[in-house]
Ligand binder design. Structure first.
Ligand SMILES: Nc1ncnc2c1ncn2[C@@H]1O[C@H](COP(=O)(O)OP(=O)(O)O)[C@@H](O)[C@H]1O
Ligand SMILES: [Mg+2]
Length: 347
């Protein structure tokens, strides 16, 4: 090999090495800059990352133990369902749970606790969406419009974050047929495993959908009473005692799930019964309300709060008709009137 040939090979090799080094340096510099660029806004606004979303089911379990009274079945079913869904790195479908039970038994309260245990910003998270049947979708004749709006909101949210939670409160007040729009979002998507909409590929399978309603309440109460009459203690009741009962009720009673495709195609994974609350549970709610306001209640104060709570159905009158609803307000009023009385006595 003559000298000129050797020199040209040497120059070529050197240039290639320099170029490769530059490319490396440039790309690491670029990725450093771009990760800082995406990091900086996430310092100030919520992003779909582990800093903001870290579902903590142990924390939810603790909250159930300390803050929720008389809902052992719901406790068990919800914790198991969420653990099952979250431990799957690629779940086969979105998780869909339907909470059923009389008013004031903790359905909305528990949905809010789930948000707290998922998102750093709890209910305020941009990835937590709560729709109310009565307020957001009041008119049956506008159902097609609502469907389009709902499809858009869900698609946009899933585009931003796969771990979104959608809560539909007062499902029984929603126009019939509206929730059929959810079928592609809840489905197994067996073929594509993604939903192609607006030219974007969406993973629909990591989301959680929660439906809340009073449908099935009468059946839940009747079944619980029948078990009580047979001497079976509430704490011994099982999901199987209620699940079929409420899925049938949800399908047949009027409202959002009435004859819906969502139920027809078995896209709801868990029907969760919320049992009517007894006097002992309502007393716990009353005590908690006083404690939250840093007041140690006397027995008289508890009895006064309890006197506003109606019980039924007759003849046994075992269950609070509106559960723990309005207990907070009654307790606040009692504390206020006690203070006023003390002030007047001091004058
Ligand atoms: N099982 C329960 N345990 C403890 N507190 C409860 C329970 N059920 C209801 N509450 C209290 O009553 C309030 C109203 O309950 P909520 O969850 O709105 O009832 P609903 O079942 O009608 O959605 C809650 O914010 C909570 O303070
Ligand atoms: Mg509610």
């Amino acid at each position: 090999m003559n000298f000129v040939c050797f020199l040209s090979i040497y120059i070529l090799v050197s240039l290639t090495t320099i170029r490769a080094k530059w490319t490396d340096t440039f790309s690491s510099l670029y990725s450093g800059i771009s990760s800082s660029i995406s990091y900086v806004p996430c310092k100030f606004t919520e992003c779909c990352n582990d800093d903001y979303i870290s579902p903590n089911i142990d924390k939810l379990d603790d909250l159930f133990n300390t803050e929720v009274f008389g809902q052992q079945i719901a406790h068990r079913v919800i914790i198991n369902a969420l653990r099952g869904h979250l431990t799957w790195s690629d779940p086969p479908k979105a998780l869909a749970m339907s909470f059923h039970g009389p008013p004031g038994t903790g359905k909305t309260y528990v949905a809010q606790m789930i948000a707290k245990s998922f998102y750093k910003q709890g209910q305020q998270s941009n990835f937590y969406h709560c729709f109310n049947g009565r307020n957001d979708f009041p008119l049956q004749q506008d159902v097609e419009l609502y469907k389009e709006e709902l499809r858009k909101v869900i698609t946009e949210s899933l585009k931003k974050c796969e771990r979104s939670i959608f809560v539909f409160d007062e499902v029984d007040k929603m126009p019939e047929g509206l929730l059929n729009v959810l079928v592609p979002f809840l489905d197994y998507n067996t073929r594509l495993k993604t939903l192609r909409l607006y030219g974007t590929s969406l993973n629909t399978r990591k989301a959680v959908y929660i439906f809340l309603s009073n449908t099935g309440s009468t059946r839940i109460i009747q079944r619980l009473l029948a078990l009580w009459e047979k001497g079976e203690h509430r704490s011994k009741t099982q999901l199987e005692d209620f699940e079929h009962l409420i899925s049938v009720g949800a399908f047949n009673e009027k409202g959002g799930l009435h004859h819906s495709d969502t139920i027809h195609t078995s896209l709801i994974d868990h029907y969760v019964p919320f049992l009517p609350l007894e006097e002992a549970h309502v007393k716990k709610c009353i005590n908690k309300s006083f404690t939250n306001r840093n007041v140690l209640p006397t027995e008289n104060m508890i009895q006064e709060a309890l006197s506003y709570v109606m019980f039924g159905p007759s003849p046994h009158n075992l269950y609070a008709i509106a559960g723990c609803k309005r207990v907070e307000q009654k307790v606040a009023a009692i504390i206020y009137s006690q203070r006023k009385q003390t002030e007047n006595n001091e004058l």
